[in-house]
Design a protein around this ligand. Sequence first.
Ligand SMILES: Nc1ncnc2c1ncn2[C@@H]1O[C@H](COP(=O)(O)OP(=O)(O)OP(=O)(O)O)[C@@H](O)[C@H]1O
Ligand SMILES: [Mg+2]
Length: 629
Amino acid sequence: MSAQAGLHAAFAEALAGAWRLTARPEQLAPDGDWTTWIFCGGRGAGKTRSGAEWILERVASGAARFIHLIAPTAGDCRDVLLEGPAGILTIAPSHARPIYQPSLRKVTWPNGAQALLFSADEPDRLRGPQCDTLWIDELCAMRTAQDVLDMAFMGLRLGKDPRALLTTTPRPIKPFKALLAREGQDVVVTRSSSYANRENLAPQFFAQIVSKYAGTRLGRQEIDAELLTDVPGALWHLERIEELRVTRAPERLERVVVAVDPAVTFGPDSDETGLIVAGLGSDGAGYVLDDASGRYPPEEWARKAIQLYRRYGADRIVAETNQGGDLVEKTLRSVDPSIPFRGVHASRGKITRAEPVSALYEQGRVHHVGVFGPLEDQLTSYDGSRGSSSPDRLDALCWAIHELMLGTPPGGYIKPEALLAPAADAGLGPVEFPEMASGLFALVAAGIDPDAPDDIAVVVFSFWLHGEGRTPLVVLDWDIDTLTPELMRDWAPGVAERLGELRREIRVPGFGSPVAIEPQGLGVTLYQDVQHAHSVELIGAASAEQDIVRMPLSQRVLAASGHVNAGRVRISRHAHEKTTTHRGVTRNHLIHAIAGFGVSGTEQQQVGALLAAFADGVLEVFADPRTKV
Ligand SMILES: Nc1ncnc2c1ncn2[C@@H]1O[C@H](COP(=O)(O)OP(=O)(O)OP(=O)(O)O)[C@@H](O)[C@H]1O
Ligand SMILES: [Mg+2]
């Protein structure tokens, strides 16, 4: 060792010994017999350093013999907790420097104390081993925070005085809030803003990370280490995201997409490229699987998107092409020409796109698989007002969910006034029977109410195919009956008869009067039955079977909502009046279920025939004149 290096080492040691002198008070373990110390700090506030110093001190005093160190990823364990500028190996004095055995994921001190390294990716590995000292760095960045805590604290039971330290930038996630709520009992909390450590931070770090957040809402969290609460008017609430959070996606997903909201420029001040992976479960719910958003040059985001596409076995990449145009597709194809791609164009406002997605969360139908900090921060702070920086992750998320669950055209939810308003203020209230229609159509669905599984609904529509001027689809009549053997026998002729009556009121030049059946549950039996009843013409059953059965309820409902809100589907005064004259259980049953959908989450299961009808590929053709010549 050269004289200079030796001097340097001695100097470093002197400094390390002086941690108690250089540390700010909040970086030192408080006195008292707490079991858990939380050091809540902004970015670069000196959290990791505090943790590393605490471990060294406990090792030196003999309090720590068996230590567990936990970081978000295995890379973080090595690069941050051990070898980083504030890591244990870096700051340990030479006479007490431990040996790191990467293959064993273990660190051993000269005095025999040892630390095992764990990453939050595999909380199950924590099952079993015990410790007397636990340090978790960046808990709130862990997707599996709850599991990690459960497992880690289960193992903290060796020695006379087991203790834990959590160093983290706060985020209002449930497990963390629960810990904070114990402050004053067995938990102590110290706090620090990034600014307090400014003199020890590289100017670039300050310029890139800290300044970026200065003055923003997120800055209160990222810099000032404040626990954020809901933004009034925000479309998403963290509480709800938390309730719906899961640690694993379902084994099998019906679909997976990678959604990209590409930044068109690249540089330190350009927007981020939103890059979100989401899937659709066979339960009809959406699962947010990954957020790889960041500031990338074009080839880089294209490469990342394609990597994600492969890793998650996605079926498609969707990307917003508003700004990049063809270039977006070209960039992707330059990496892989065969990639299934769909460009989406934002023709309506961000809020119009975001609202139905947030409503899906309200209804409990989108789950985050793990924690996506920056994405969730964007979601929970976006209130639709302009001026805040571009929420690129939110945008990408919305594209993903629209692609998976909202269909095209993206529909909002059915607004009550669309169906129930007595006057046509919104231009969506009840209408008279049309004088003329291209055809009549009955749609049948069984088992529409889980509490009354034998109920069967028939909804009769008129449709109009010839361009503007008339509503494409009108709900003429509807009925709900409980299916009995007698009704079963008379059912098909009954529907035919009603169709016949309506044809006398409404002029129908060419078309027949088909009936479509939702071929699920009771519908299967009905379908077979109707095949023998020649009084009605059965259409679209094959495609209905494919389109409807494969379409999750949520998707049908949303497709339907879009049609109703857009005025492509209207309800006749006659059908509307039944919502007020029908008594008993079935009163308002169908129509209210539809109207209430999106207003009250509990109604969703009642949604039946009508909704299936709108969303059915067959009806789509009837509903939108542009799709049929
Ligand atoms: N009291 C202190 N005196 C001198 N240097 C300090 C002090 N506290 C922290 N530092 C140094 O400041 C730098 C940043 O600290 P550290 O990495 O611990 O912050 P952090 O909060 O973990 O940051 P990040 O948010 O990036 O994880 C490190 O080089 C660390 O050694
Ligand atoms: Mg750190």
